[in-house]
Every structure is written in structure tokens, then in C-alpha cells.
Design a protein. Structure first.
Length: 334
């Protein structure tokens, strides 16, 4: 009996040791899986499912129009394109709205040109590349996608994503910063409510036009980012500009269309006009042109100028546009 007891105790010790080994192996396996999961994650893109860093440390941004979102999200940007419509020129330099953040991070500028410098992107040693959006930089990134993807996971924001809120969400998803989106949107909603309560919007409908260098005329449809923002504060975009223009083909970005001078009086006939100056003629100079001077808004002196950053606003530009509208249409007292 005593021998049987010793054998039983010995067998128990062996089983306990085996169980401990299994538990330790399980813990180790779980820790490895957890570590792996913490290192990368999978997101949905237009190119399919893509594995990206869970917390990227060296992001390269291929579009200056998207870079501001990364800085607003406090994401680490090692290099970026600096071209923002109507703001920066071929000479370079960071746009004023995020220059301080870029300099603080030590972000470098990507070279500009007709082709994207894949070599410069590679030299920045990114662990994540973000591009797309609208404009020439989006076209360049799409053309170089395969070469970019060979350097690091590459996320291109679709050009059909035009609302700044949706662009912010897309960039935050790629950068692993989705938890920071709602506070930013909350800040915007707070300012929106403040401005809406403090202004007296112009009576009647409004048309939004772009002033580019040269004589071509471009109109912004009511579904584009700027008219939508204006509508949020009570400014009513003309809903019929496309119909009046005989349903023209929109630009590839979907947020403007070219208009002939002959159709200008027929299309831009709203009592208010907003001129977005994209390195073109200011509103005061347009008013001297007989073609523009005949329009109802110009005759009535109800023409308002906005900076180029208001056309395709990012988070910071949306806030600054609200400030501009608040200053342009203050409620009168008394």
C-alpha cells in the first residue's frame, strides 16, 4: 500500500509539472499573439484589406491637403508634400496652418514635380504612407502605387471622399488615431453652433465661384465641401446651378465645373456670390469686368471673398472658414 501511495504521489507530481508546462506555453503563446496583434492591424482600403502598423512612427504624407489632418491628430509625420491649393508655391515651405507643427516634429519636405519622387519617399524610411485625396498629388500617388506599396503599407484616400470630416476619419483610421477624431469633431460642432448663433446670413441663395489665373470660369456645385459648410451656418447654396448650366461634366474631383462666359448670367444669378480666390482675380477686380458686373450680386454689392483654403477645407481650414463667415455676417444690434 505504501508503495502504491508513493507511485500515486509521483504520478501526481508528473501531471502537475506537465500542467504547469502547458499553462506556461499557453501564456507564452498568448503573449506572442498579443504582441503580434499590437504590432499591426488590418484596415479596409480601395485596394482591399491592408495590414498597417498599429502605431506608426514614421508616416510619409503624399498630399499637402491631407497633412493637416495628421498634425491635428498629433500623428508622427516624417516627410510630407507641402502643396495646398492656392497656398504654397513651387518654392516650397510649409502652409501656415500647420507649419509650426511640422517644424516641431522635424518633418521634411518632399520634392515637388510632375512625377512623385518615389526615391525621396523611400529615403524617409516610412512605416506607413498616406496619400490620395484630390488634386495632382492624388494622381501621382495612384500612378506610383505599386512602387510605394513595396516601400511601406500605402493608404490612398479615395478622391470621392470630399467632405473634410470623412477625410479626417479615413486618415485617422490609417494612422491608428480614431480615438482622436470625435474630440476634433466636437470642437468643430461647438464653433459651428457659436457662429450660427452669432451671424445674420445673407438673404436668398448664394453661388460659389472659383477665381483661377486666366479667364476660365469655374463654379462650385452645392454638394461640394464649401457650400455644405456654408449651409450648416444658414447660408443657402443655389441648388439649381447644375441645371442652369445644362448639367455640365464635373471635374474629376467632383467639386467644380467649367462655365462659359455666355452662360455666366444664366447660372450665377443668385442674389449673393462667394468668390474663392485661388491665385486669380480678387472679387474687386472681377467687379470691373463687364461680364461679371452685370450679375445681380455684383450690382447689389453682395459679393464676398473667401481664401483658397476654404474651397477644400481640412479641419483647421474649416474652423478658420467659420471664423471668416462669423466676421463677414455679424448680427446687428439695436
Amino acid at each position: 500500500m505504501a508503495g502504491a501511495g508513493r507511485r500515486s504521489r509521483g504520478l501526481g507530481a508528473v501531471l502537475a509539472a506537465l500542467l504547469a508546462a502547458v499553462v506556461l506555453a499557453g501564456c507564452s503563446s498568448g503573449e506572442d499573439a498579443s504582441s503580434s496583434e499590437a504590432g499591426t492591424r488590418t484596415i479596409a482600403t480601395d485596394k482591399g484589406q491592408l495590414e498597417v502598423p498599429a502605431a506608426p512612427q514614421r508616416i510619409v504624407v503624399l498630399s499637402g491637403g491631407l497633412a493637416g489632418y495628421l498634425y491635428a491628430l498629433d500623428a508622427p509625420v516624417v516627410a510630407t508634400d507641402t502643396r495646398v491649393l492656392g497656398v504654397t508655391n513651387a518654392g516650397g515651405g510649409f502652409p501656415p496652418s500647420w507649419a509650426a507643427a511640422a517644424q516641431k516634429q522635424g518633418t521634411t519636405e518632399l520634392p515637388k514635380g510632375e512625377q512623385l519622387s518615389v526615391e525621396a519617399v523611400a529615403a524617409a524610411k516610412p512605416d506607413l504612407i498616406i496619400g490620395g485625396g484630390q488634386g495632382i498629388t492624388a494622381v501621382q500617388a495612384a500612378q506610383a502605387y505599386d512602387r510605394l506599396a513595396a516601400i511601406a503599407p500605402t493608404v490612398l484616400v479615395p478622391r470621392t471622399v470630399t467632405a473634410w470630416q470623412d477625410q479626417l476619419r479615413a486618415v485617422a483610421d490609417a494612422a491608428g488615431r480614431t480615438d482622436r477624431v470625435e474630440p476634433l469633431l466636437g470642437n468643430y460642432r461647438t464653433k459651428l453652433d457659436q457662429v450660427k448663433a452669432s451671424i445674420a446670413p445673407p438673404a436668398g441663395e448664394s453661388t460659389f465661384v472659383l477665381s483661377y489665373p486666366g479667364d476660365k470660369i469655374y463654379v462650385v456645385p452645392p454638394t461640394a465641401a464649401l457650400p455644405v459648410l456654408a449651409k450648416d451656418v444658414g447660408i443657402v447654396p443655389d441648388p439649381d446651378v447644375l441645371t442652369k448650366a445644362r448639367n455640365p461634366r464635373l471635374a474629376s474631383t467632383g467639386d467644380s465645373f467649367e462655365l462659359s462666359a455666355e452662360l455666366l448670367p444664366q447660372v450665377v444669378d443668385a442674389p449673393n456670390v462667394f468668390v474663392v480666390n485661388v491665385n486669380g482675380k480678387p472679387a474687386a477686380e472681377l467687379a470691373k469686368d463687364p461680364v461679371w458686373a452685370q450679375l445681380p450680386a455684383f450690382r447689389a454689392g453682395s459679393v464676398h471673398e473667401l481664401p483658397a483654403t476654404s474651397y477644400r477645407p481640412d479641419y483647421d481650414a474649416a474652423l478658420s472658414t467659420l471664423d471668416i463667415l462669423g466676421q463677414e455676417f455679424p448680427k446687428t444690434t439695436g
